[in-house]
Design a protein around this ligand. Structure first.
Ligand code: UDP
Length: 320
């Protein structure tokens, strides 16, 4: 039975990876310091092959026994979080990645790094393919995340080239779905929570900036296929369906039937003006493309938020 370690396994994406590897018949060890992750995300797991370790992976890390795969997903990931935890964000991307790679080398485990579309910064080419080097402000407020992830990629490639560790790098574009926090701070959870409460829906700037949103189950499938492939350069995983942030706010207002007003607030510093993944590489190498459309994905997410917020009319179980 393969043994898998997921750092950040109690986070939004990490918890779905724990579910997926358990379903594939693996033993799963989840490590999380719970600063932005939550025990609720893994509370439904009753599997005897699952264990949780409450630990900060920026410290020396050791796990008894063999490990086949290490998926390094620990990091604050919402702009709100990395403004609140700038040092922790830099530490987990640098020291945490170093510890996780060291463990992969020791155990001869395959290592998968959760990287991000933020490595492209405020991109000057559009859509973004993996050969683009990016346009990042290293000293801006978002730099703590962008540069930590860029360093993580550099360190991962160095371990691959110098120590011959078997590595994978996924560049994750905007992803959404159930288990995102109500106060997450990112556009989709903010807009849904505001629309359901009847509060103003806060669009930053004029809302003409674009993003492309991928549903969580599509992302997890892409990560799983990348891990199982033999490809060891970065691969974008995201949904190429691009839209404006104002368009997203309007779509969520319509789907929730909300009477909320859409208001404009100042645009945060260094907010990328456009973002859309070129997924040619993922398609070519492991035949992946997203299946869940925005409307369907948003409906699942809205149902989850209703349940969490105690709003009647939701008909799902929370163990999504
Ligand atoms: N955004 C917004 N209102 C919010 C939260 C975010 O208009 O309440 C905007 C944000 O400025 C950005 C886009 O939505 O242009 C996506 O932001 P998010 O924080 O979800 O992720 P990002 O893609 O910036 O990492």
């Amino acid at each position: 039975m393969p043994r898998v370690l997921v750092t950040g396994g109690a986070g939004f994406i990490g918890s779905y990876l724990c579910d997926r590897f358990l379903k594939e018949g693996c033993e799963v060890i989840c490590i999380d310091n719970l600063i932005t992750g939550s025990a609720d995300n893994i509370g439904h797991i009753k599997d005897s092959q699952f264990s949780f370790i409450h630990y900060d992976v920026t410290n020396y890390m050791y796990v008894q026994g063999k490990l086949d795969y290490i998926l390094h997903f620990a990091s604050p990931a919402s702009p709100l979080d990395y403004l609140e935890y700038p040092i922790q964000t830099l530490k987990v991307g640098s020291l945490g990645t170093h510890k996780a790679l060291g463990l992969a080398k020791e155990k001869r485990a395959r290592f998968l790094l959760a990287s991000t579309s933020e490595v492209y910064g405020d991109p000057l080419i559009h859509p973004q393919n993996e050969d683009y080097w990016g346009n990042v402000n290293p000293i801006g407020p978002r730099g703590v995340y962008d540069e930590a992830k860029r360093f993580s990629e550099a360190l991962t490639m160095a371990y691959q080239r110098y120590h011959k560790v078997d590595t994978r790098i996924v560049r994750i574009f905007n992803t959404y779905g159930p288990r995102m926090r109500i106060k997450d701070g990112r556009a989709i959870p903010n807009f849904i929570a505001q629309a359901l409460k009847g509060e103003d829906v806060t669009v930053f700037g004029d809302g003409t900036q674009t993003r492309s949103f991928c549903y969580i189950t599509d992302l997890v499938e892409g990560i799983y296929r990348l891990l199982r492939s033999d490809y060891n350069l970065p691969v974008n995983i995201g949904n190429p369906q691009e839209m404006t942030v104002m368009g997203l706010a309007q779509e969520i207002a319509a789907l929730t039937g909300s009477k909320s007003a859409i208001v404009q607030l100042p645009l945060p510093e260094d907010d990328p003006k456009v973002r859309q993944p070129d997924i040619t590489r993922a398609k070519r190498i492991f035949g992946w493309e997203p299946r869940v459309g925005l409307k369907e994905g948003l409906q699942h997410t809205i149902e989850y938020f209703k349940k969490r917020m105690g709003i009647p009319g939701s008909n799902i179980s929370l163990n999504v």
